[in-house]
Design a binder for this molecule. Sequence first.
Ligand SMILES: CCCCC/C=C\C/C=C\C=C\CC(=O)SCCNC(=O)CCNC(=O)[C@H](O)C(C)(C)COP(=O)(O)OP(=O)(O)OC[C@H]1O[C@@H](n2cnc3c(N)ncnc32)[C@H](O)[C@@H]1OP(=O)(O)O
Length: 309
Amino acid sequence: MMAVRSCLGVKFGVSGLLSQLTSSTRHHGSRPCVSPILTPQHRNTSSSSTSSKVKVDLDQNTGVAVMHMQSPPVNSLSLDFITELCISLEKLEMDKGCRGLIITSSQPKVFSAGLDILEMYGKSPERCGEFWKSVQELWLKLYSSNMVTIAAVNGSSPAGGCLMALTCDYRIMADNPAYSIGLNETQLGIVAPFWFKDTLMNTIGLRNSEMALQLGLLYKPQDALKVGLVDQVVPEDQVLPAAVKSVNKWLAVPEHARQITKSMMRKSTIDRLTSNREADIQNFVSFITRESIQKSLRGYMELLKQKKA
Ligand SMILES: CCCCC/C=C\C/C=C\C=C\CC(=O)SCCNC(=O)CCNC(=O)[C@H](O)C(C)(C)COP(=O)(O)OP(=O)(O)OC[C@H]1O[C@@H](n2cnc3c(N)ncnc32)[C@H](O)[C@@H]1OP(=O)(O)O
C-alpha cells in the first residue's frame, strides 16, 4: 500500500475530491470494485482452498473470504500453523478480487488457544527465535492488512488468540459464558511483549489495559463487550451471519479512504515493531529460555492436563 505520508501529501481540491469519489465507485484502492450487476458468469462464483490447517472460501461476487482455522484440538499457534496462516493471508492480500476477510474457527468451543506452549517449552534458542519471527510475521500481516478484517470469535480466545482477534478491524463474539477472551500471559508467568500491549491499548485504552494485562484477565463475552475488547456479542449461531453483515458495511466505505485511515491509525504501532524486530526476537529468546520461565510453562501445562483429569 502507498505510504501514508505520500498519500496524505496529496492535496484534494473539490475537483480532486470528486475525482477521488468517482474513482472510488470504480476502484477500491488498488482493488477493482465488484459490479453490483451480476452477469450470468459472475453468479455464485466462489473458490475454496485448503491447506491442512487453514481452509479459505472466497466468494468472488462479494470479494469476501472466510478463513477457517482448523488445527485440532484448539487451534494453538504452532510454527507450522502460523506459516500456513501467513501463506493464506499473503495470497488473499495479493488477490485483487478479495477485499474482506472473516477469520473464524472450525474447532468446537475454541477460536484459538493462543501460541502453542509446546513451541516455547524445551526448545533450542534458534528454534524459539524462528518461532517468534513467525509470530511477528502473522501479527504484521494481519494488523497492516488492506482488507477489511473481521474476527468471528466462536469460542475461547486466550492470549495469542485474543491478539489475533485484536488485529482485526471488528470483533464479534458468541454469547456463551463458557467462552472467554483476553491477554492472560501473566497468569502463565510470562509477559505480553510491547506490541501485544500496544494492540490492546489501541483497542481498550490505557486504564483497562493496565488492569487486563497485569491481572491477566480473561473476559466473558458480555464483559469483553463492556470493556470494548469485542464490538458485538451475538447468539452462537449468528456469529458468521453477523460477520458477513459487518464486512459488507465496512466494504461500503470508499476503499482507498478506509485503507489510508486504517494505515494512519496503525502506522506508529506497526513501525515500532518493524524497527525493533531483531531486538524483540532476542528479548523473547532470552526471556523464554530462562529456567524460571520454563518452570512456569511446565507448571501451566500440567495444570491444563489436570483440569481434564
Ligand atoms: C520482558 C521481556 C518480554 C519479552 C516477551 C516475552 C515473552 C512473551 C511470550 C509469550 C507470549 C505468549 C502468548 C500466548 O499465546 S501463550 C498461550 C496461552 N494460552 C493459554 O493460556 C490457553 C490454554 N488453554 C486453555 O485455556 C484451554 O485449552 C482452552 C480454553 C483454549 C480450551 O479448553 P478445552 O477444555 O476445550 O481444551 P483442553 O482440554 O484444555 O485442551 C485440549 C488440548 O490442547 C492442549 N492445549 C491447550 N492450549 C494449548 C496451547 N496454548 N498450546 C499447546 N497446547 C494447548 C491441552 O493441553 C490439551 O492437550 P491434551 O491434554 O489433549 O494433550
